[in-house]
Structures are given as C-alpha cells and as structure tokens.
Write a protein that binds this ligand. Sequence first.
Ligand code: PLP
Ligand code: TYF
Length: 394
Amino acid sequence: MLNTLKPQPADKILALMGQFRADPRETKIDLGVGVYKDATGHTPVMRAVKDAERRLWETETTKTYTALAGEPAYHAAMAGLILGDGLPVDRVAALATVGGTGAVRQGLELIRMANPDATIWVSDPTWPNHLTILSYLGMKTRPYRYFDTETRSVDIAGMMADLSQIQPGDVVLVHGCCHNPTGANLTLTDWAALAALLEEKGAMPLVDLAYQGFGDGLDADAAGTRLLAARLPQMLIAASCSKNFGIYRERTGILLALTPDAATRDLAQGTMAYLNRQNYSFAPDHGARLVTMVLTDAGLRADWEAELEEVRTGMLALREQLAAELRQLTNSDRFDFIARHRGMFSRLGATPGQVEKMRDDHAIYMVGDSRLNIAGLNATTVPILARAIVDAGV
Ligand code: PLP
Ligand code: TYF
C-alpha cells in the first residue's frame, strides 16, 4: 500500500540548509533559513529563557498533562504581549499550539469548520508553508498583490484593489510584521485602510505574527494587529514564540480568536480545544511554561526585553551597513530599501541566475527568490556580500 505514495516536493528553504552544510568552502555565508544568529554565527539560548529553565528544573514537581487548550496563564501572558493593555479579555479564546505553524494550521482548520467555502487571500509572495498547508487542507486560496518589485516596498494600491473583491466570510491572511519573505511592511495608515475594507466587506483577518520584537520593537510590531483588534468584531491571530524567545525546537505558539461576544468566545474556545484533541491532544508545554515565566516575572521580562532589543538593533545596524556599502559601490541609492525593510528578511530582487552566481562564485547562500536573512551577516561579511551583489549584476 505504501508504495502508492507519491513523492512530495522538498521544502526549498530547508533543502538549502543541507546544501550549505555540504559546501566545503571555509568562507561560506548562510543567509538562508530564518533563524537568528549572532555575529559568531551562533543561535544562543536567551539569558532569561535559560534562567527560567533553571528555575523550572528546581521547582517543577510533575509533568502530568496540562489543559487541552494549554495553560490559562500562558494564554493570558501571550494575549497581553500581543494585544496590549486594551485587551478585551471576555472576547478572546486561546489555544496553545505546536509552534506558530501549528497556530496557522489550527486557525485555518477553525475557519474551514466555520465556513468551508471561505476563500483565503494570501499576499504574493508569502511564506511557502502558508500555500502548502492551504492546498493540503483543500481550501480556496487567492493571491493579493503585495510587493512592488521596482521600489521593493508594499504595493498598497495593488493590494487594496485586489482585496476589493473579497466576499463576506472570506479571510485575509496578513503578516503582522517583518513580512516573510520580502521584509516590506504595512504602515499604520495601510493597516487602517485594511481594517476599513474588512469591516465594509464583512471579511476576517488571520494575522500571522512570527517576529514580534524583530522589527521596530515589541509594541510597534503589534500595532497593526492591535489596530485590527480595536476596529473589527472578529479576527484570528497565529503567533510564534520561536524567534522572539529563541525557542525554535520547543515548538511554542498560540492561536488567539477575537470574537464578537462572550457566547461566541465560548463556542470558539470549545472548538479550538476540539481541534487540538483531533490533531495531537496536548500541545508541548515546556516552551509555553518558559514563556509564561519570562513574561510574568519582572526581572526575567526586563532581561528578555533587553536581549531582544540587542538582537533587533543588531539586525538594524547590519541593514544600515549593507545599504551604505552598496550606496558606495554602486554610487546610487537603489539598495536603500534594505535599510527600510524590517525583520530578518529582505527580498533583494535578484534573478535566480544571479542568486546561483553568488552561491557558485562567493559561497553566499540565499533562498532562490533572493530572500536573504540579515542575521546571517556580521560586520566583516557585509562588505563581502555587497561586493558579490554588485559582481552578480543585481
Ligand atoms: N509564520 C511565518 C511567516 C514564519 O516565517 C514562521 C517561521 O518561522 C512561522 C509562521 C512559524 O514558525 P514556527 O512554527 O517555527 O513557530
Ligand atoms: O522562512 C523561514 O526560513 C522560517 C523557518 O518549513 C522555516 O520561517 C522554514 C521552513 C519551514 C519551517 C520553518
């Protein structure tokens, strides 16, 4: 029976990790997978997370099951981090998930249960896993214009024009901040226009928030999400703790559902717990517990925020350096978009041939669509990349 299986296409980003490892050149530079790395190329365990782990080891007396939807303390801490002070507690349902990917998956399954005919509108381009999960679930999908390949910024006019076709009951999947793969993000004015459109059309947003704290800061990165939450009766938020807590392999995420009233909240909460039970029963607890400890202990939280801020400003400095280097080499400002982008990624706008050339000639690995991970650089490798970009004729 199993011999009837059809081979599935590999994940290009993960495949690139393997190619990089296999490259014997000592000067190789990994700008592929979206994992934060410090200047030495190491992905550290954050200080506050390590402290929380120590405390947990000392105090944890049982590892019996938690609640099916996850611990209420985790829900509250994460809802506070994402939605801020004005949190409408009685309208929020929450579900601990297997990473941010699990939150996206459960969110889409929840939508499918509520409205199997919903069309899910996705940015063009978007994180490839959005498309493969949607296809796997058999959900209707349509792209909306997002990236202006000339300016390398958001094509807001194109986006709004495409989304003017959304129907009541449709869902718009938006990246909360630090858009993957482009690095180009909505302004608050854009978010307000999106909120007005969704309200007018009776459509719902699903916000994928995987990089809160990596762009303009913890609150600024959630500002668009909070604006939607303040203006719309309902929305879904799929958030990841992988990046901002550096706990990738712990698989920690959350799905939040903002509902019009407490009765719908209860309905959504019950259905979300049902979805966990059908898919894997309980989500992993270790990462969620660490996150809860860090967010609710003043000392741990201050230390976490400080370290996250170092990570964020470090990436911004690399962006500035790369843009400056390219300004000098090309005697133009056409790469200044790199300094305007936010998060780990920028889409350079190179052709697949140019990406290949940078890999062959300089051992620089970026994703085939010319997405580069800024955190894969350091002050020494920035000039090497800038030279390679110019050499490749980008
Ligand atoms: N959404 C986006 C846009 C991402 O880039 C990622 C990956 O890092 C995720 C969701 C989910 O990440 P994870 O499942 O590792 O928490
Ligand atoms: O886009 C990235 O690089 C990150 C990490 O199947 C990632 O989101 C990449 C591929 C994948 C899961 C996570």
